[in-house]
Design a protein around this ligand. Structure first.
Ligand code: CA
Length: 725
């Protein structure tokens, strides 16, 4: 049993990549793909009637020329009626154009396509518009996140999952907490507003949600310190705040904001407000155009351990729930809690997919939801009542969900009151933010599933005195790795029948942290994998029909659109997200080293003829040899604590990887020559000379602490070199 003390903040916490310049990108398109005689796709695309992107358009699944919203349409199905590319011809799919993004690192976002223009957000929240037929860059908007973070010195993911579009504006939310409206035509900012105070330990990695003339955004930060989650809606035209909804109650002495908070407070014990409570909504917003309701997926508790957060128990509403709100006022409508009294980071921030299911001869207006806790939920969205829930992956924390009460029946001992409890899923969840898609034709949902067991214990933690600290965090529980994992493979693609609540097919995957899925009326499912392959599957059987080797891990979900009579499938290539930063040896094993492989956007078609340059081969970072550097083991031991657990406003491993092994989110410091020179190291780490690039300065670090970190890095470098002998 290996204790992993560094795993303090796992999935949603803060990381920030380093040395990310973001002053441009190069563009290279393949050979001209025009067809002699006929109108070129570009010409034909220009004759497509312009769309006013309002709720009617965003709800229109027949508008296949565009991809107007994060999940394709308001229904969030990531399903397209396009069937030019189908099971019979997908083998001929080839790159049509590509755009190199040499300054980017992790790419996890869903591009949008509006009127022949593709919009997407890249590393450090840089937003770009490109011609969706040629790949030509039209404009680029850089919100200068590195500068905005200076002084705050928060460390966090350099990744962002998407943008929103409404009536001529692109909406982007930045890591440092700004919501920005950008003119879609010019790329100029129209308005910008702060969604939380600049010095807050909150952050944003998610996509805003535009609906009914408003834009909604939440935040992450459940693990970054005492945090009380909330979502805010702003007027899309002006940026004025329209309404705000807190997810958990505050101190009753201050009064409750609304009846929902008063009701929720009855499910908490002790002085929960000292800990914030959590529930942060960092992902999972759906507007229901049929019922005119907004659904929010909510986060886990802050801190994780309920015995610390709410001594004496309680469901702790509205943690780990879907909360339905009035889209005009933000008033509470109903909630369904997937994990009452959660204590394992089983947040419910995953996609909220709308589907009409035929069950017992009736049409059910359903929500499909597959949160971290491993159950697949079908919920009646007219009432918020549970219809059914079955495990789609290995689940040991609960025996089943009681459909009468709507509540899970927990297995014995899972709350780790009597020592380490090994539980499946682990804190990465059985499904994270990687999008699930739903195909009404096959009636199947396609889930990028994760399989991992972790141990939890809190024996050495004093529940009464435990207090997390802003930017440093603290979970109130220890995590314990085990080699006894549930399956011989860490991930799989699962096709799930929500009506029967059973698996239709499953494809095991050797690599962890693959992309979300796209499904089409061409009976296809597309998914990018952490191993760099983009695949097309037969949506009915799971048979692999096409594979493209992008030469770099894919974490972003593919989209599809049609312009000029040509169907395109597009995807951002660039291993990213929490696992690429925190995954340590596992993430590093792919060989997607920082700045080694070209990050890029690729669009495919059946007529594609672009020659995408080959990528450098995967290469695990090579520690630099420095025999003159003699490691002081005492210093290295001190440095290990600082590197992995932190002391001031961050921890090195959030970007540079657990045990100094980088998954590509930031440089692998074992290979760095900066580390060899005390003065250079001090300039970067303490003085913050690379702040603009994403590396904050940590001015409180003492000389000894700086030295200890250096010695720890070199200790790990020497260990890496020794293992190669
Ligand atoms: Ca979490």
């Amino acid at each position: 049993m290996l204790r992993a003390p560094g795993w303090k903040q796992l999935t949603t916490l803060v990381i920030l990549g380093m040395a990310v310049l973001f002053t441009g990108c190069s563009r290279d398109s393949g050979p001209a793909s025009d067809t002699a005689g006929a109108a070129t796709p570009a010409e034909a695309a220009r004759s497509t009637p312009r769309v006013v992107v309002n709720d009617k358009a965003i709800a229109d699944e027949t508008r296949v020329s565009d991809w107007l919203a994060y999940g394709g349409t308001h229904y969030e199905r990531r399903y397209s009626l396009l069937q030019d590319i189908d099971t019979a011809n997908v083998a001929g799919l080839a790159p049509d154009w590509y755009l190199d993004l040499p300054r980017d690192v992790g790419l996890v976002s869903t591009p949008l396509v509006v009127d022949g223009v593709m919009y997407f957000t890249g590393t450090m929240n840089v937003v770009r518009a490109v011609d969706a037929v040629t790949g030509e860059l039209k404009w680029e908007y850089d919100p200068e996140v590195g500068q905005a973070l200076a002084g705050k010195r928060s460390v966090g993911f350099v990744h962002n999952r998407g943008i929103s579009f409404y009536e001529g504006k692109v909406f982007a939310a930045t890591f440092d907490g700004r919501l920005i409206a950008i003119d879609a035509g010019t790329g100029e900012a129209i308005w910008s507003t702060r969604t939380f105070p600049k010095d807050s330990a909150l952050y944003i990695t998610g996509a805003p949600k535009a609906f009914k003339g408003k834009v909604l955004i939440g935040n992450g930060g459940t693990e970054s310190g005492p945090s009380r989650g909330f979502v805010t809606a702003y007027d899309a035209d002006t940026g004025e705040e329209a309404w705000k909804f807190y997810i958990v109650p505050g101190n009753p002495a201050d009064g409750f904001e609304n009846d929902a908070m008063a009701m929720a407070a009855g499910t908490w014990r002790g002085e929960w407000w000292r800990h914030g409570g959590g529930g942060n909504a960092w992902h999972g917003f759906t507007y229901d155009p049929d019922l005119d309701v907004l659904y929010i997926g909510t986060g886990n508790g802050s801190p994780w351990n309920r015995r610390v957060r709410s001594p004496g128990g309680g469901d702790n509403l509205f943690l780990c729930s879907i909360v339905a709100l009035d889209p005009d006022t933000g008033e509470y409508v109903w909630h369904y809690q997937t994990t009452p009294g959660e204590t394992w980071d089983y947040n419910s921030n995953m996609d909220i997919v709308l589907a009409d299911l035929e069950i017992d001869g009736k049409t059910l207006k359903a929500i499909l939801h597959a949160p971290k806790n491993g159950f697949f939920y079908v919920i009646d969205r007219t009432t918020g009542k549970l219809v059914s829930a079955e495990p789609f992956a290995d689940v040991t924390w609960a025996t089943h969900v009681d459909t009468e009460t709507g509540r899970p029946v927990e297995a014995e001992g899972v709350r780790y009151a009597d020592g380490t409890a090994f539980i499946t899923p682990g804190p990465w969840g059985a499904h994270s933010w990687h999008a699930m898609s739903y195909n009404p034709g096959t009636g199947l949902a396609y889930i990028p599933a994760l399989h991992m067991t972790f141990g939890f214990n809190d024996q050495d933690i004093d529940h009464a005195s435990f207090q997390s600290v802003a930017f440093q965090g603290g979970l109130g529980v220890n995590l314990v790795w085990t080699d006894d994992q549930p399956r011989p493979y860490p991930a799989s693609l699962i096709a799930w029948d929500p009506v029967r609540q059973e698996k239709a097919w499953e494809i095991p995957q050797d690599s962890f942290w693959s992309s979300g899925t796209l499904t089409t009326a061409g009976q296809l499912v597309f998914q990018g994998r952490a191993d760099g392959k983009l695949l097309a599957y037969d949506a009915r059987s799971g048979e692999v029909l096409w594979t493209f080797d992008a030469g770099l891990g894919i974490s972003a979900p593919p989209i599809t659109y049609s312009l000029g009579g040509r169907q395109y499938v597009a995807v951002l290539v660039g291993f990213g997200g929490g696992y690429s930063a925190l995954g340590g040896a596992g993430a590093a094993s792919h060989g997607w080293a920082y700045r080694r492989q070209m990050r890029r956007l690729i669009a495919f078609s059946l007529d594609g003829g672009a020659d995408v340059p080959a990528q450098p081969a995967p290469l695990a970072p090579q520690p630099v040899k420095a025999p003159e550097f003699v490691v002081d083991e005492t210093l290295a031991a001190e440095g290990a604590v600082l590197y992995d657990l932190g002391k001031y406003d961050g921890q090195c491993r959030y970007c540079h990887g657990f045990a100094v092994m980088s998954g590509g989110a930031a440089p692998d410091l074992r290979a760095s020559t900066v580390v060899l020179d005390r003065e250079s190291f001090t300039r970067v780490v303490r003085d913050g000379t690379l702040t603009a690039n994403g590396m904050p300065g940590f001015e409180e670090l003492t000389e000894r602490e700086l030295e200890s970190i250096r010695h720890y890095i070199r200790q790990q470098a020497e260990a890496g070199l020794a293992s190669q002998d």
